[in-house]
Design a protein around this ligand. Sequence first.
Ligand code: UD1
Ligand code: CA
Length: 468
Amino acid sequence: MNAFSHPIDVVIMAAGKGTRMKSRLPKVLHRLAGVPLVQHVLGLAAQLQARSAVVITGHGADQVEPVVLASGQALAVQCVRQEPQLGTGHAVQQAVPVLADDGVVVVLSGDVPLTQAQTLQDLIAQCGGQRLALLTVELPNPTGYGRIVRHGSAVQAIVEHKDATEAQRQITEVYSGIMAVPARLLKDWLGRIDNRNAQGEYYLTDVVRLAVADDVPVVAHTIADALEVAGINSPLQLAELERAHQLRQAQRLLEQGVRLLDPARFDLRGQLECAPDVEIDVNCIFQGRVSLGEGVKIGAHCVIANCTIAAGAVIHPFTHIDGEKSGVTVGEGALIGPFARLRPGAQLGAEVHIGNFVEVKNATLARGAKANHLAYLGDATVGERVNYGAGSITANYDGANKHRTVIEADVHIGSNCVLVAPVTIGAGGTVGGGSTITKSTEPGSLSVARGKQVSIANWKRPEKKPKA
Ligand code: UD1
Ligand code: CA
């Protein structure tokens, strides 16, 4: 149960066409901070501990509905179709059959991603289970929006821009598109709205006039931050909202003490946890869940996703890390990159060094192991202090199955070796450069598996014959 005395049911309008996106992808599936717009809104419903959420779909419903239903929010979600789309009032009418009578309905739009839960909680408190509460905002340029018409301080109506008189168009307080209203009243009013207006649409906003006529108090909860209710209609608006959102995330991290070298060149598409004294250079992208330990330094131009990086580790520029579902861990004081790639299941111990053009996947490297140049370690277990030479690879895939390579502690693998798995290199052993190792080796041994060198003394190169 939520913090209010009435259950909350959220209705999310997402049937509109989004023509101005000029995209085959339905508007609400475009992403902000890496997450589809409609999922931001569902996340908000979950934060409100709503009893249910009803998403009104229409345009692109076949694409939108699977995303909505798979969004995995701790929330009962269903989709209801609106076909054709005859306006916002008509949209919410489609939800009436599945809405309970005893709740408070919060109406949201699938293309308004950045509303804060606290704002909606304040709005719901204003509704109090008995009033019609409108979320409003002052806009310097209110063109296109529904205007809040008051008599004295009491809200009388919302007048859509296209229906407004010149005098009404001067009003700068606009309706955000978000309301909280007792379900019982909403259902009654929705049964009484018509489409006699400039656009021939059923306006949800007409419920305000009906509330006034029924002597139900209408309250406006006005917020100062227009970003919270900014809707997206075009790629430009999406890009602008993305930057504004990113800047806020960056500011929050700076306030926590994270040293971002340039908050305007920082992108977080997920959750980032930072211990004290983390430093992040420009143009890095963080995705999924990332945790950075104390004093971690991230160089410029890194993409870092789904991983845990322990204290003191340094990630040099142009490194790509993505643990996907299995995760990646980087140990204390490790040095990674530049130009390194850590893939799912890379587990690097303390003081490990991974250099340029080294790829690590599903491999464990113990403390102090090093692979500094041009190498591949996949499905491998690498012991402490191993030195893995430039150009060496674990041949982990036989075309059908994957096999493991074990490299025990203190092994030295020369340059340009192929370790054909399954194979174990015994502790302290050495593998000569250029070897293709197909059989396990004894601890302490030197293994060389390549054509023997032949040198012919005083050899004369062939000479070109003079032309006849
Ligand atoms: C609406 C409000 C306006 C407010 C503005 C804030 C009405 C009549 N007007 O304007 O007062 O200032 O939002 O942005 O409500 N949708 C459907 N089915 C439809 C029509 C719309 O699902 O038949 C969805 C859209 O996909 C969108 C949302 O409802 O997510 C709002 O629709 P939109 O056309 O943007 O509303 P406006 O008429 O611009
Ligand atoms: Ca609109």
